[in-house]
Write a protein of this length. Structure first.
Length: 322
């Protein structure tokens, strides 16, 4: 079975800053019945503030926010962990861990924090960043479209159309794939096989599977988008045109920079494989490749849109949730 290696960054929360700690009880810094974190129930909460000033951030976040409580004796305490957090539009940003705001999509949301009956709110604006060469990987490649079955699910066994590449977002960042190009071939003959449409986003822990052709409307899987090749050169009618004996596939940004590469055949990531796909070992995080049929936990000869054992990619919530 697979082992997920997605991690969530931790936020270290401060302790009360109200003077000598030598005479504090064992229950100091814990909530009393009123939600107060003062040294004793005798100290009354007089206000809360935070270090949040209606910022604009990118999906390269997250944003750490500290809520500070003030008491009638002049003492203060970091109460970020005890505060109740909210986002008016969780499609723009969510708070998975208290004090840690995770941007997800472009837009604006109202962030809120409440403690001891007092409320704070402010506007957070998020922008989406372009992908870099640390964000994405090819995770599975089927060069032999004549495999048994019907990989693209359209009811027709067609070798060119059933070829596919699977691209996974391994970062903690939502990235924009608009204008990025999948290129096949060596440096002297490379051809653009697919250009991602404007507005194509890939969230953390999600995947996109690109087929050589056919109809993929019958395919569905959690946290995956299924596409058929489309490029700006209408003269190219060869799908992905993957070579069974070995090939090179690259994902390039709109300016031509290489985001990720897969090679098979002599000197490549793996010897060319027929009758099955080639997949990272282990899925997503592996630095080597293997024959899908014999991969640990494999459920068959190929698995577009899932791990080799048929389990789902984690998606946004699975990536960020501890």
């Amino acid at each position: 079975m697979r082992t997920s290696l997605f991690f969530l960054p931790l936020v270290l929360l401060g302790c009360p800053t109200d003077g000598d700690s030598s005479d504090k009880s064992d229950t100091d810094s814990l909530l009393d019945d009123s939600g107060d974190t003062s040294d004793t129930a005798m100290n009354e909460l007089t206000g809360i503030t935070w270090d949040f000033a209606d910022p604009t951030i990118s999906t390269r976040g997250p944003l750490s926010v500290v809520v500070t409580a003030t008491y009638d004796d002049g003492s203060t305490a970091d109460v970020s962990a005890a505060a109740a957090w909210s986002s008016s539009d969780p499609n723009v940003a969510k708070v998975y861990v208290a004090g840690q705001v995770q941007p997800i999509n472009a837009g604006a949301t109202t962030l809120g924090a409440s403690f001891g009956g007092l409320d704070l709110s402010g506007t957070l604006t998020v922008t989406v960043v372009a992908a870099t060469n640390a964000d994405l990987v090819f995770n599975e490649v089927l060069a032999d479209g004549s495999v048994e079955g019907d990989p693209n699910g359209d009811g027709a066994a067609e070798p060119t159309e059933d070829e596919f590449v699977e691209i996974v977002n391994v970062s903690g960042v939502t990235v924009d794939l608009s204008g990025c190009v999948v290129v096949e071939g060596d440096l002297s003959t490379d051809e653009p096989r697919h250009t991602f449409a404007q507005g194509t986003l890939l969230h953390a822990g999600e995947a996109v599977v690109l087929f050589g052709g056919g109809d993929v409307s019958s395919l569905s899987a959690a946290n995956v988008t299924f596409l058929v090749v489309a490029n700006l050169d209408v003269g190219l009618k060869h799908g992905l045109a993957l070579n069974n004996e070995g090939d090179k596939v690259e994902l390039r940004d709109p300016s031509g920079g290489v985001l990720t590469t897969f090679t098979s055949g002599s000197g490549g990531d793996i010897d060319a494989i027929q009758g099955a796909s080639m997949v990272r070992s282990p899925d997503v995080t592996g630095t080597s490749w293997t024959h899908h049929t014999y991969a640990t936990g494999s459920a068959g000869d190929y698995s577009p849109g899932t791990y080799v054992d048929g389990s789902a990619f984690p998606g946004i919530d699975g990536f960020y949730t501890p």
